[in-house]
Every structure is written in structure tokens, then in C-alpha cells.
Design a protein around this ligand. Structure first.
Ligand code: THU
Length: 162
């Protein structure tokens, strides 16, 4: 028997002022795009903005539906859009922000389990890790070097090969 260990580390910043200008700009865009979310049911507006390896910028926001499970998270809206508009182009960095109607998010949120699965496969299919910048409209910010670090022992397409 052996006990295995999974280690994960990430960087915490006190505010957007501590970020590199390019990262600060991307987070600013993610904060802004939260306004485009359609979240009348949760009132939780999420914005995600990616810088692709070809230099292009792609955004996604959450899109809810009266039939609740139909709703789509900002991260998966972004991934679908990036893969459609620029097929096979890796993503370097995604900034993710949010606000709840009536108050500013003041701490980072991280992608839900379903989005972690989608991010993991996007990294795998493009052969490149995705950096994540996570922050609310104000407050601390987390930077994670590789999205799939959030999904240890991921289930992947390799398991489906005969
Ligand atoms: N949501 C996202 O868009 N991304 C996340 O990482 C977490 C949750 C959305 C889904 C739903 O529209 C709302 O936030 C509340 O869960």
C-alpha cells in the first residue's frame, strides 16, 4: 500500500494593482463583461475573458434559462466560442470575475466542477495549459498556472479508448 499526495499551489494578490499590466487589463475586461451575463434567476453575473495564443481575445458570460439545467456557465460559453471562432488555437490565460446584483463580489470564485472538466479537456486537446486569473469586482485575486490543477485524477478521453 502506498499513500500518494497531490500538491497544488497558487498565488494570491491583495488587489489588481499588484498584477502585471496585461493580467490587470484582462481581469478588467472580465469585470466589465459581467454586465452581459443573462442571470435573472441566480442574479449571479459571471464574466470570463481569454487571451488566446494567437493574441485574440474571446469572452463568455453565463446564460441562464427558465428551465434551470439548460443554463450555461461563463467559462463553457467562452470555451465553445473560442474553439468555434479560432479552432485549435490554445488559450494562454482566462480571467474570471463576477458580481451579484446589488453587491460587488469581493473575493475570487473558481470554476464549477463541470467547467473544470471542460477546461481540462481544452488544455489536453490544444496541448497547452491555461492560466486562470480569478477575482471579484474588488478584493483579492488568485492566479492558478494550470486550470487542470483544479481537477486531480481527472476522467479523460483516454479511458474511453479500447
Ligand atoms: N456560474 C458560472 O458561470 N461560472 C462559475 O464558475 C460558477 C457558476 C454561473 C452558473 C449560474 O448561471 C450562476 O453562476 C449561479 O450558479
Amino acid at each position: 500500500m502506498s499513500k500518494l499526495e497531490y500538491r497544488f499551489s497558487f498565488t494570491e494578490y491583495d488587489s489588481i494593482d499588484e498584477l502585471d499590466p496585461e493580467d490587470a487589463w484582462l481581469l478588467g475586461e472580465a469585470r466589465d463583461i459581467t454586465k452581459s451575463a443573462y442571470a435573472p434567476y441566480s442574479q449571479f453575473l459571471v464574466g470570463a475573458v481569454a487571451k488566446l495564443a494567437n493574441g485574440e481575445i474571446i469572452a463568455g458570460t453565463n446564460q441562464e434559462n427558465a428551465s434551470y439545467p439548460v443554463g450555461l456557465c461563463a467559462e463553457r460559453a467562452l470555451l465553445a466560442s473560442a474553439a468555434t471562432v479560432y479552432p485549435n488555437v490554445p488559450i494562454n490565460t482566462i480571467a474570471i470575475s463576477y458580481q451579484t446584483i446589488g453587491s460587488n463580489g469581493n473575493h475570487p470564485i473558481s470554476p464549477c466542477g463541470m467547467c473544470r472538466q471542460a477546461l481540462q479537456e481544452f488544455e489536453e486537446r490544444t496541448n497547452q495549459s491555461i492560466r486562470l486569473i480569478l477575482g471579484g469586482l474588488e478584493g483579492k485575486i488568485f492566479i492558478i498556472d494550470q486550470a487542470s490543477q483544479l481537477l486531480p485524477l481527472a476522467f479523460t478521453g483516454k479511458e474511453l479508448k479500447k
